[in-house]
Design a protein around this ligand. Structure first.
Ligand SMILES: C[S@@+](CC[C@H](N)C(=O)[O-])C[C@H]1O[C@@H](n2cnc3c(N)ncnc32)[C@H](O)[C@@H]1O
Length: 199
C-alpha cells in the first residue's frame, strides 16, 4: 500500500462511522445528480469512491433490477459503514483502488464519482482507468453536493487557480484521459461535471 492510500484510509477511516450523519440532507442532491446520467433500465454503473454508498439507492433505482450497480472504495471502514446501512442490497461492493479496477474493458455504461477526484494522486491516469472500463459513448458524472467556493469557505481556504475541478483545468484533464466534457456546473449547492467516453 503506498503513502497516498495510507493517508486516504486513515482520513476516511476516522470519518466513516458518522459520515452519513454529518450530511443527513444530501439524499435529494445525489438523486438529482444520478438523474443527469440518464441511465436506463439494465445499464451497468460504477460508483467510484462510493464511501458509505449514499449514491447506490438512486443508482439502483435508475438501472432497475436487471441492471448492475458496483460500488468501489479503497477504505474498508467506509464499505463496512455501507454494509451497516444496508447499501450492499443495492449493489456489489468492492474494496478496490480506482487506479486499478478489477473490471473488464468497456464493461460499464457509466461511472458516478462523488467527492472523489480531489483525492486522486494521479488524476489523469485514474480518469483514464475509469474510461477503460466504460464503453465508448458511456458517461461519467463528477459530483459534489456542494460547489467549489462553498466547500473552500467551509474548509477555511481559498480556491486557487490550480484547482483541478476548475473548468479550464478539468476540461483538458478529461480530454487527456479519454473523456469529452459535455456540461459543467459549479453552484453553491452542487458541483457536477458530465463527460462522454470518447471512441
Ligand atoms: C469524500 S468521500 C466520498 C464518498 C461518497 N462518494 C459520498 O459521496 O459520500 C471520498 C471517498 O473516495 C474514496 N477514495 C479515495 N481515493 C480512492 C481510490 N484511489 N480508489 C477508491 N476509492 C478512493 C475514499 O475512501 C472515500 O470513501
Amino acid at each position: 500500500m503506498n503513502d497516498d492510500h495510507t493517508h486516504v484510509r486513515e482520513f476516511f477511516g476516522a470519518r466513516a462511522a458518522d459520515w452519513d450523519g454529518r450530511f443527513p440532507d444530501d439524499g435529494p442532491a445525489y438523486a438529482a445528480a444520478v438523474a443527469e446520467l440518464a441511465l436506463r433500465a439494465g445499464d451497468r454503473v460504477l460508483d467510484a469512491g462510493c464511501g458509505t454508498g449514499r449514491a447506490l439507492p438512486p443508482l439502483r433505482a435508475a438501472v432497475g433490477p436487471s441492471g448492475v450497480v458496483v460500488g468501489a472504495d479503497l477504505t474498508p471502514a467506509m464499505l463496512e459503514a455501507a454494509v451497516r446501512a444496508g447499501r450492499d442490497r443495492e449493489g456489489c461492493l468492492l474494496l478496490a483502488d480506482v487506479a486499478a479496477l478489477p473490471l473488464r474493458p468497456e464493461s460499464l455504461d457509466a461511472v458516478f464519482a462523488a467527492g472523489l477526484i480531489a483525492h486522486l494522486p494521479q488524476p489523469e491516469a485514474n480518469l483514464r482507468e475509469l474510461a477503460r472500463v466504460v464503453r465508448p459513448g458511456g458517461t461519467l458524472a463528477l459530483f459534489h453536493p456542494i460547489g467549489r467556493a462553498a466547500l473552500a469557505a467551509r474548509q477555511g481556504r481559498q480556491i486557487t487557480p490550480d484547482d483541478l475541478r476548475a473548468e479550464p483545468n478539468l476540461r483538458p484533464l478529461l480530454a487527456g484521459s479519454g473523456w469529452r466534457m459535455t456540461s459543467y456546473a459549479d453552484e453553491d449547492a452542487r458541483f457536477l461535471a458530465l463527460a462522454v467516453r470518447e471512441s
